[in-house]
Design a protein around this ligand. Sequence first.
Ligand SMILES: Cc1cc2nc3c(=O)[nH]c(=O)nc-3n(C[C@H](O)[C@H](O)[C@H](O)COP(=O)(O)OP(=O)(O)OC[C@H]3O[C@@H](n4cnc5c(N)ncnc54)[C@H](O)[C@@H]3O)c2cc1C
Length: 449
Amino acid sequence: MGWYDIAIVGGGFSGVATIANIVRDTTKPLAIAVVSREPRGVFGPAYSTPRDEHLLNVPAANMGLFSDSHRHFFEWVTAQGITAAPGDYLPRKLYAQYLQSILDGARDTAREKGIRLDWFQGEAEDIEDHAEYLSIRSGGEGIDARVVVLAIGNALHKGDASPVIDQPWKFDFKTLTPAQKKIALIGSGLTAADIIISILDTGWQGEITCYSGHAALPRAHLAGYDAAKRIALPPDQYISQRLSTIMQALRREIKSGGREWHYIVDSLRPLTQDIWRSLNTTDRERLVKKYFTLWNVHRHRYAPHIAERIDAAIKSGQLKMVKARATSAEHKPDGITLSLQTKAGAETVHGFDLAFRCTGVDYKTENTPLLKNIIAKGLAKPADNDYGIRASDNMLIYRDRPCEMYALGAPLFGALFETTAVPELRAQAKLISDAFLEDSIASKSRAIG
Ligand SMILES: Cc1cc2nc3c(=O)[nH]c(=O)nc-3n(C[C@H](O)[C@H](O)[C@H](O)COP(=O)(O)OP(=O)(O)OC[C@H]3O[C@@H](n4cnc5c(N)ncnc54)[C@H](O)[C@@H]3O)c2cc1C
């Protein structure tokens, strides 16, 4: 399959952002390969939804792909003749079109600069170090490159051949009928919110029950949010402290009044990676087990009008939130039966017409074969608690001159904690592009095999 200066595994946001930075910034011709499970133009689970009602959870003005141009997406939207305000939460489907336009632009620039840009659809199963180059193994073939970037993103919690629908965004909600009376959602995060809105949009009148350990839905963004109200939190109260001390400081700050909690939570964001790095292993595990849901529902919020509709469904009794973990599901003559684990013990509930898996991202390395394989070979170091892999400050995970491997996004959860949304990913993509280009690889390009 030839030899490349750089090969990027994953064609979602992180892969596209890495390509776009490299193609824009390089002054030399290069050979770039992308290896992705999906065909070119399918941008991971977040931006593959075909549905207009599935919205971005970040305002348009902060969704730009380039770290030096946060408004780039918003400017693209207005250039399309679409009327939108900077604070709008726009359809994720529209964001996919934006990513496509970036990719098309990168392809045109690549042509002008004499850059080869090849896309391979397939699963990267393993990576081997051949001293002069790294070889990505995919379907019995090898894609060889001096530098590899892992942009493999979110492994979603997988199903188990149960009747639960695993890719809920792809469901055709028009097929719901009045004869169907009960729907179960497993999980209560942003995916559950997507599905609740899609169901409500059809006018379906049955009962939706949402099961999760905390039964906590995301909180709403503040209408009229003013970014200037964020504050500089004193780093010494948060970094290199025990988790209990950090939680006390946070509660104190929120209670001290003067501004809504939204601003305090967002003010913590510049510190979260350093806080996480400075926690000991026990506190990290405690944070994930005890506070991660709490953090997520406050940090990853949805648009105010989505919150209003969901609140109304709860008030009317159409939507029920239940604290219980669904452990299995099976078809029975009266519909789908769920086995649940509640505080009181195990129980079963019967008679669901449909059940959707809305459990989100699985950060455990054990469920990502590529990471398991490269860790076993010593090409990456596992992060504490088995949450992915470690990286240096410029996202390097492996170096054995001349070969290098970088990673960004979800595989670095254990190393960075805050590493899954566009504001973090665009910065990481730029760091990788800069580190790679600094190494002036074009001069070293040569054909192998
Ligand atoms: C439903 C949802 C909504 C979201 N909404 C927002 C939002 O509004 N704003 C925001 O900032 N963030 C949002 N996010 C966070 C989101 O994770 C990031 O914005 C971004 O999409 C992550 O991109 P990525 O490329 O790192 O990962 P992914 O989108 O997961 O893409 C990774 C790609 O790599 C491929 N891949 C993985 N492993 C392999 C392999 N071994 N071989 C070949 N290919 C492989 C995958 O198939 C996929 O194409 C959302 C996430 C989800 C799940």
